[in-house]
Ligand binder design. Structure first.
Ligand SMILES: C[S@@+](CC[C@H](N)C(=O)[O-])C[C@H]1O[C@@H](n2cnc3c(N)ncnc32)[C@H](O)[C@@H]1O
Length: 195
């Protein structure tokens, strides 16, 4: 895939998402965001329990998003949408008037081999990008079963100028995700965005 072609495809994705989001988020100022929502178990349950929040879940994989949308439809939930989107494209397409108030990342792909660590979503650039689109005081919730990804994330957050790990905070809402059902461990990191 040539760079020009990849750039054009990205621009088209961002334009399509920007149009969808402008319609879906009209009149709103902030969202609760789940990155990599998988089959939507967690966010559909969270949205049902938090009718005052507007939730957006995204995932790269079409059939997972379709299952998520089914949960939204069956639950008649009017405060959550699920979209097929890549995270950096979504954040670029998010209307400027909307901020991320709460961010959830549950069981992201751990990419355990060292040569694949570059594929992990958490890194300095992605934390900057999330910080740019988040409200001051926004809370980032990260859960993994992978000990190495857990310490990796703590290290990147500790090195970041604005995200501050907040120890001792309880995970705010429990609902087993598709992947959590299959994992033996859970390790949580919660961080808040400073000015
Ligand atoms: C291991 S699964 C976990 C799914 C779900 N959170 C759960 O616990 O069942 C990770 C998910 O993140 C999605 N994902 C990975 N990178 C992504 C990205 N850059 N943008 C959006 N979704 C992404 C994958 O498609 C996959 O469904």
């Amino acid at each position: 895939m040539g760079k020009e072609w990849a750039d054009a495809r990205r621009a088209a994705n961002v334009a399509r998402l920007a149009e969808t989001l402008a319609d879906a988020l009209v009149g709103r100022t902030d969202i609760t965001f789940e990155l990599g929502c998988g089959h939507g178990h967690w966010l559909a349950a969270y949205a049902a329990a938090h009718p005052q929040e507007f939730c957006v879940g995204i995932d790269l994989i079409t059939h997972r998003v379709e299952r998520s949308v089914r949960k939204q439809t069956l639950g008649k939930l009017d405060n959550v949408i699920f979209l097929k989107a890549e995270a950096t494209e979504f954040l670029e397409a998010l209307p400027a008037a909307i901020v991320l108030r709460k961010i959830f990342i549950l069981y992201p792909d751990p990419w355990p081999k060292k040569k694949h660590h570059k594929n992990r979503f958490i890194n300095a650039d992605s934390l900057d990008l999330l910080a740019r689109r988040a409200a001051t005081g926004a809370r980032l919730h990260f859960r993994t079963d992978d000990a190495d990804y857990f310490s990796w994330t703590n290290d990147f957050l500790a090195a970041h100028a604005r995200w501050q790990v907040t120890p001792g905070v309880e995970w705010p809402f429990e609902q087993k995700t598709f992947f959590e059902e299959r994992m033996k461990d859970k390790r949580d990191v919660i961080a808040d965005l400073a000015d």
